[in-house]
Design a protein around this ligand. Structure first.
Ligand SMILES: Nc1ncnc2c1ncn2[C@@H]1O[C@H](COP(=O)(O)OP(=O)(O)OP(=O)(O)O)[C@@H](O)[C@H]1O
Length: 240
């Protein structure tokens, strides 16, 4: 569902991504884990067709991110931590507005909003509130609902729990597993290892633009004597 092949991205002289390759299967949650500046956001932005790679290629749902960006966008949703939505609109109005971008309208759109709200446990009363009157966690749920309105096969979550309290974080982590159980494919990018330990099926450690480890969660845990953070530190030190 996601194929990344020798992907490279340079910002002028800075090589942010230095030839990374990985594959993510349908129904899988892949943890893209790395410290600040490792290249996680750059990788996800290339997959989301928001950035052009310098070389290498990537496919989402069988479509090439550089040559078939429209088809990629139809099959993909992306959420960053700290993404904002228009704060004077109600939650419902936000979703109604963005639904039109996906050719959704009328009863079909209404049904889709109800589907997303149920999956994310967004109550009716919250949908009627203006975004500015919502908690940060509720706002983030609206951002995620917006990203999945077109029921994308692939969902990219980039530090999606940043700034959330324990309740909102819990709801989001539960949602990640539920979305994967629908057969969807997710990349969960974070530097919070405990979250990755909870939701990911496989993990890739990225450091300074290179993928330095990839394995099933269980294998990664064994590498760190039962602890993903320890595995991560060990592998990054070995690769240094
Ligand atoms: N638009 C840009 N112009 C120049 N350099 C950039 C740009 N965006 C990112 N970089 C640099 O590319 C490298 C990778 O950044 P990226 O944001 O992909 O890392 P990250 O793993 O997502 O980090 P973080 O966890 O801090 O978000 C960093 O050195 C960053 O400073």
């Amino acid at each position: 569902m996601i194929e990344v092949d020798n992907l490279q991205k340079a910002y002028r002289k800075l090589h942010a991504i230095k030839g990374i390759s990985f594959v993510v299967q349908p129904g899988e949650v892949y943890g893209l884990l790395g410290p600040n500046g490792a290249g996680k956001t750059t990788t996800l932005r290339i997959l989301a067709t928001l950035l052009k790679p310098t070389s290498g290629s990537a496919k989402v749902a069988g479509f090439d991110v550089a040559r078939e960006s429209l088809a990629v966008r139809r099959n993909l949703g992306i959420v960053n931590g700290g993404m904002k939505v228009y704060d004077k609109l109600t939650g419902y109005e936000v979703l109604d507005f963005f639904g039109s971008f996906y050719d959704l309208w009328g009863p079909g759109l209404k049904e889709r909003i109800a589907w997303a709200a149920e999956l994310l446990h967004i109550e009716q009363a919250v949908l009627s509130k203006q975004v500015k009157d919502m908690s940060t966690g509720m706002q983030q749920k609206i951002v995620i609902a917006r990203a999945i309105l077109h029921q994308p096969q692939v969902l990219l979550l980039d530090e999606a729990t940043a700034g959330l309290d324990v309740f909102a974080r819990r709801a989001l982590l539960d949602f990640v597993r539920q979305y994967a159980e629908l057969g969807k494919t997710l990349i969960y990018s974070t530097h919070v290892m405990s979250e990755a330990e909870e939701v990911c099926d496989r993990v890739g450690f990225i450091n300074k633009g290179s993928l330095v480890y990839e394995g099933r969660l269980q294998e990664a845990l064994e590498l760190g004597s039962g602890n993903l953070e320890r595995a991560f530190i060990r592998r990054l030190e070995e690769a240094a």
